[in-house]
Design a protein around this ligand. Structure first.
Ligand code: PGA
Length: 258
């Protein structure tokens, strides 16, 4: 039995509509009972417009709500942005920050990621900060260099981050949505490296910080990934759109705890 409670988070990305969301949420509420919720933290991150629908559907269920991003600003003339306090107002406990799609497509660099995460933590919103290398970087043996840079950039928030509200997701970019998963050994080695770098960056809670793996996690590979000592659950994209698959993955995380 390890000390860190595993966490499985569904990142719905920009998928679905009100009707499909309703079906998915009600299947999740049926499938994630109190017994499972006691063994594994479960959260879903729908698109912003569906947060209120999800909040209502999840009421009383052991499933937390999260958003896929958060602004680094508090309020004001920032068209298109959504603040941490707005997310808290809608029952969110988490925001994903620095997802590779945001880094690659929307200009979220290390500086933006730390600003967003810092602002969220200041307001009491938990963050799931994503890090990970591209295929070129892995093939160029730059994985550790990239992870060291991305984790090192978080230094400024090290003292604000407690293990309950600060989570890291290791998501090798080449494994996201590609069907190609890091092997349990590759992932474990990156997770152990990230944990060591967090300690170096001043995260007093590094030993208790949950580090999730993300990138083509499915029921078939979840158990072997979660069996690794530094893999504390998963950030799930495609498979989170199927209630059966997502619940099976949450069960795998609970079972990995022994
Ligand atoms: P995937 O996405 O599970 O579809 O690979 C994971 C993620 O991007 O968070």
């Amino acid at each position: 039995m390890r000390s860190r409670k595993p966490l499985v988070v569904g990142n719905w990305k920009m998928n679905g509509d009100r009707a499909s969301g309703e079906r998915l949420l009600s299947a999740l509420v049926k499938g994630v009972d109190a017994a499972l919720g006691a063994r594994v933290g479960v959260a879903v991150c729908p698109p912003y417009p569906y947060l209120e629908q999800a909040r209502a559907a999840l009421e009383g269920a052991p499933i937390e709500l999260g958003a896929q991003d958060v602004s680094s600003f508090d309020n004001g003339a920032y068209t298109g942005e959504v603040s941490a306090t707005m997310l808290l107002d809608f029952g969110c406990r988490w925001a994903i920050v620095g997802h590779s799609e945001r880094r690659a497509l929307f200009g979220d660099d290390d500086e933006a990621v730390v600003a967003k995460a810092g602002r969220a933590l200041e307001h009491g919103l938990g963050v799931i900060v994503c890090v990970g290398e591209t295929l070129d970087e892995r093939e160029g043996e730059l994985t550790e260099t990239v992870l060291a840079r991305q984790v090192g950039a978080l230094k400024a928030i090290g003292s604000k981050a407690d293990a309950q509200r600060f989570v890291v997701a290791y998501e090798p970019v080449w494994a996201i949505g590609t069907g190609r998963t890091a092997s349990p050994e590759q992932a474990q080695s990156a997770h152990a490296f990230i944990r060591a770098r967090l300690a170096d960056a001043g995260f007093a809670a590094a030993t208790n910080t949950r580090i999730l793996y993300g990138g083509s996690v499915k029921p078939a590979n979840a158990e072997s990934l979660f069996a690794m000592p530094d893999i504390d659950g998963g950030l799930i994209g495609g498979a989170a759109l199927s209630a059966d698959d997502f619940i099976a993955i949450a069960r795998a995380a609970a079972n990995a705890q022994g």
